[in-house]
Design a protein around this ligand. Structure first.
Ligand code: F0G
Length: 462
């Protein structure tokens, strides 16, 4: 008889290794001071485990590295483009496949076409920062419609990426002719990497059809979303992730994708639509900024690696392992009483730094204090997703206008770290938790007006 084992293993073995920089606490303090207490300004060699982002930071497979070698660098009509086009059509069913150098480039092209007059609004479950920025750049309004219970970190609901259908219906009804598209982010990064259910997507599709409005996906993490549907949505367990992904894509009129996530590549993006006229306009814009439509700012070899990565992301052993490794960290931290966004998302664990460090008020950046403490204690880099990232300096010089919640995202690069790295991470978090009372907030020394998180200088408060 065949045995069943409980341990979900990494479904790969390691062929190439990259040494990690092991540093002392004293060295890390020097590095953090030199980075002005902003982890974005750290140099990579000082970081042991980098959980800043899952974007472009994953490991490619042997098949992807092999595919690089057959990349066709023909300027126009590259063989590699047609290989990618075939794969994308098979997975998504979309007619027009337009490559771009990364997600935000495809967003820029799309919204440069769709937002063609004043007064337009783009509803979404939550816009990722770059989608919002692109909608606003062209004069549109980016409207997030997540129900309040999906924003509460404590509610343990299976599909906290679902949009508020009542409010969406109201927008579509009250603003006829002003909605160029509805955008659904799968999984919903801004909302904690939470998935969108098929039921919600069907309902959004029905509303969009009723009002004659296109539905687009931000499909950066489409395969992780499909996996969540398989394991959490009623009646889906017997279907393959690939079938579920196909259904997700069949419900939309097009999508943008940062291929740096579920494309399993280090660089790349896609813009895919069904509509011929829209595709034509997008291709014309693309020539201005990205290059020719058969390479879209990428090398031919990048297109080949992406074609392989998109398929590998649908592998169910891979998805089972990926979600198990995130759940593993979540469960260990939960046992330790570390407050987190529930349930764990598809690409990250979000620690609720505001609750962990209640003595640090939001305008003294508890998320940044925690991020820095993790780096000092163990060389781990997470990312603050709180008032530094989403708050705003008070125009009258008072305390910042704060974000609704102070989180630290511990983001998992794909196929990169092993269980012992996660065990180490748990120890680092335990050490920081023990010293939590002694942690202090920070103040801004220097900042830009926009996107300050990436460049601001800080100083610890004593
Ligand atoms: N959409 C989503 C949902 C994203 O998470 C990102 C990037 C983008 C679009 C933009 O894609 O970076 O290829 O231009 N998210 C990264 C992150 C940066 O860390 O979450 P890009």
């Amino acid at each position: 008889m065949e045995h069943q084992f409980r341990t979900i293993i990494e479904p790969f073995r390691i062929k190439v290794v990259e040494p990690l920089g092991i540093t002392t606490q004293a060295e890390r303090r020097v590095a953090l001071e030199a980075a002005h207490w902003n982890p974005f300004l750290l140099h990579a060699e000082t970081i042991l485990i980098d959980l800043l982002t899952d974007s472009g930071t994953g490991a490619m497979s042997a098949a992807q590295w092999a595919a690089l070698m057959i990349g066709d660098e023909t300027y126009a009509g590259s063989r590699s483009f047609f290989a990618l086009e075939r794969t994308v059509r098979e997975i998504t069913g979309k007619k027009h496949v337009i490559p771009a150098h990364q997600g935000r480039a495809s967003e820029h092209i799309l919204f440069s076409v769709l937002i063609n007059r004043p007064g337009l609004v783009v509803p979404a479950n939550s816009h990722f920062d770059t989608t919002r920025a692109n909608v606003e750049h062209f004069g549109g309004e980016a409207l997030d419609l997540l129900p309040p219970e999906h924003q509460d970190p404590r509610t343990d609901l299976p599909f906290k990426g679902d949009i508020d259908l009542v409010r969406l219906a109201a927008v579509l009804r009250d603003r006829p002719g002003q909605v160029p598209c509805v955008m659904m982010t799968v999984t919903n990064n801004r909302g904690g990497g939470q998935p969108v259910s098929l039921a919600n997507l069907h309902a959004v599709r029905a509303l969009c059809t009723e009002h004659g409005v296109p539905l687009l996906l931000d499909a950066a993490r489409y395969a992780e979303n499909a996996w969540f549907i398989k394991v959490r949505e009623q009646g889906q367990a017997q279907r393959t992730v690939r079938e579920i992904a196909k259904e997700m894509f069949s419900l939309c009129d097009g999508f943008t994708m940062s291929a740096k996530k579920d494309g399993l590549v280090n660089i790349g993006g896609l813009l895919c639509v069904d509509d011929d006229a829209l595709a034509e306009e997008c291709r014309t814009r693309l020539i201005l900024t990205e290059g020719f439509p058969t390479y879209g700012g990428l090398a031919g070899r990048d297109l080949e690696a992406l074609a392989v990565g998109l398929v590998e992301a649908l592998d169910e052993d891979y998805q089972a392992y990926r979600h198990a490794s995130i759940r593993y960290l979540f469960d260990r931290l939960d046992q330790m009483g570390i407050p987190m966004m529930r349930p764990p998302g598809g690409h990250a664990v979000y620690v609720d730094a505001g609750s962990l460090l209640p003595h640090i008020p939001p305008h003294e950046y508890p998320g940044l204090a925690l991020t820095n403490a993790l780096f000092l204690a163990g060389g781990v880099r997470g990312v603050e997703v709180g008032t530094v990232m989403f708050g705003q300096p008070d125009p009258n010089g008072g305390p910042d206008i704060c974000a609704p919640i102070e989180l630290v995202r511990l983001t998992f690069p794909r196929r990169t770290y092993t269980q012992s790295h996660v065990d180490y991470l748990v120890e680092v978090l335990a050490a920081v938790q023990r010293d939590a009372d002694s942690l202090r907030g920070l103040r801004v020394v220097k900042q830009n007006k926009v996107l300050r998180a990436f460049s601001a200088w800080f100083e610890p408060l004593t």
